[in-house]
Design a protein around this ligand. Structure first.
Ligand SMILES: C[S@@+](CC[C@H](N)C(=O)[O-])C[C@H]1O[C@@H](n2cnc3c(N)ncnc32)[C@H](O)[C@@H]1O
Length: 178
């Protein structure tokens, strides 16, 4: 393969990542190992269904599925390159409790399960709130790393030990003030 071909492929890869990052207003930055472990420690102890809104390269979804075989994990990601890489990683990891779907979580007309985890961007958190207000059943838990959902009342705002972020914990049913 010539140097020019390599440069063209690299250019296409970077352009694809950038186009989707601009369109989705979120950079596909993965959660590091310590942050993932912290998030996992706040998941319910009992078996449940967890959805990662914006699963990126698969780091958090794969870690949850690996750490908690009793939990069914679904990662939802729209950006094609991170999604493709996450599929390869999931296949290599051979985790039966993990599925990854290429979709826009705002348009996915499905029950998001018992727990939604996310690490997104302040500009999209209002969308997350709207989607979950419409689709998540009372009692559902939302763990949002770094960004609060506007207008929602958190039952926990925990400074993360591994990062300078807050982990926001919400419960559907008591998430709206008043
Ligand atoms: C910061 S990354 C977090 C990845 C992963 N959750 C983690 O913590 O390692 C956020 C991801 O959300 C994706 N995303 C943003 N908006 C989305 C949407 N509406 N539907 C699906 N994916 C979305 C982005 O493409 C990006 O890959």
């Amino acid at each position: 393969m010539s140097e020019l071909s390599i440069l063209i492929i690299l250019g296409v890869v970077i352009a694809l990542i950038l186009i989707y990052a601009i369109r989705l207003r979120t950079v596909p930055m993965p959660s590091g190992r310590k942050a993932r472990n912290e998030i996992i420690s706040y998941l319910p102890n009992e078996p449940c269904r967890v959805v990662d809104f914006g699963s990126g390269w698969g780091d958090l979804a794969i870690s949850i599925a690996r750490a908690r075989p009793d939990i069914t994990v679904t990662g939802v990601e729209l950006s094609p390159l991170p999604y493709a890489v996450s599929r390869i990683r999931a296949r290599l990891a051979q985790l039966e409790n993990l599925s990854l779907v290429r979709a826009d979580f705002r348009k996915r007309d499905q029950d998001p399960g018992d727990v939604v985890v996310c690490f997104l961007d302040p500009r999209v958190m209002a969308d997350v709130g709207d989607v979950l207000n419409q689709r998540m059943a009372p009692g559902g838990i939302v763990l949002s790393r770094a960004f609060a959902i506007p207008g929602w009342q958190a039952f926990g705002e925990i400074p993360m030990q591994s990062e300078s972020d807050i982990l926001y914990l919400y419960r559907i049913g008591s998430n709206l003030p008043g």
